[in-house]
Write a protein that binds this ligand. Structure first.
Ligand SMILES: [Zn+2]
Length: 262
């Protein structure tokens, strides 16, 4: 089954994806986007696919735990190191990595649905890489074309105030200001999910498609439930403890097909 989701979502006063701090100034992510009518490039606020993927995998880890489907020790805490090397594998699964490539993929997939659905890359120093491509696809959320010419990013002034407390030495500065860049836009949203290889081998050429687990249907159901929760609760983006944005979906289309459909 291939599921393709496309949407438009109005997000006001958001700081969902910041890139760096320069002194006391925190910058919003910007990307170059071409206006289709004039081919002029605009640098506009954006929310990265990595940010969306992180949010989805956190939901997936939580839903899987509730349904007693295995999640490794790192993914269950939202640390998606994804079996990077021997020590990460050991930390995630509490054992040594298998030498055989097929056995390695089987061990990871059967013991962690996040790496089953979201892929991993095992790249130990001594060689012997094993790679699994993610079964879901997402990308940058960017402002829709109608607003590309009018979009703004605005630094908002905030301050931390400590005057009158014993922690400010006489004559020292008791108030520090800082800026956080905010933006408001109607953003595009895209997310595809291909269930063909969930719970199945992908790496060793001769064994592609072989079942690695005996609960594939259950895993697909949890994966789909996680997409639903992810969309309805907008579980992506950072800085939401003090910059929780005002969000309103304008439209959302979900296409389901038995083959690739985007
Ligand atoms: Zn994991």
């Amino acid at each position: 089954m291939f599921i393709s989701i496309r949407g438009r979502v109005l997000i006001n006063v958001e700081a969902l994806n910041m890139t760096e701090s320069v002194g006391n100034y925190v910058k919003h992510r910007r990307v170059p986007v071409l206006l289709p009518s004039t081919y002029t490039t605009y640098f506009v606020p954006a929310i990265s696919g990595e940010s969306i993927a992180h949010g989805y995998q956190e939901v997936l880890a939580g839903e899987a735990k509730k349904n007693n489907i295995p999640v490794c020790k790192l993914c269950e805490r939202g640390i998606f190191l994804k079996s990077t090397n021997e020590s990460v594998f050991n930390g995630a699964f509490g054992k040594k990595p298998p030498k055989d490539e097929f056995e390695f993929e089987k061990e990871v997939v059967s013991n962690c649905i996040v790496e089953d659905v979201g892929g991993f890359l095992y790249a130990p120093r001594a060689g012997g890489n094993v790679k699994r491509t993610s079964n879901f696809y997402t990308g940058y959320m960017i402002p829709v074309k109608e607003i590309l010419e009018s979009i703004v990013i605005e630094p908002q002034l905030h301050s931390r105030y400590a005057l009158g407390t014993p922690y400010v030495a006489k004559g020292a500065i008791g108030q520090m200001i800082y800026y956080v860049e905010l933006s408001s836009a109607v953003y595009t949203f895209s997310f595809d999910l291909d269930t063909r290889f969930i719970g199945r081998a992908t790496f060793v050429y001769g064994k592609v498609g072989e079942s690695l687990v005996n609960n594939i249907d259950e895993r697909i159901l949890v994966t789909l439930d996680s997409v639903k929760k992810f969309l309805t609760e907008m579980m992506f983006g950072a800085k939401k403890t003090r910059f929780l944005p005002v969000v309103d979906w304008e439209s959302l289309v979900v296409a389901v097909a038995d083959d690739v459909w985007t």
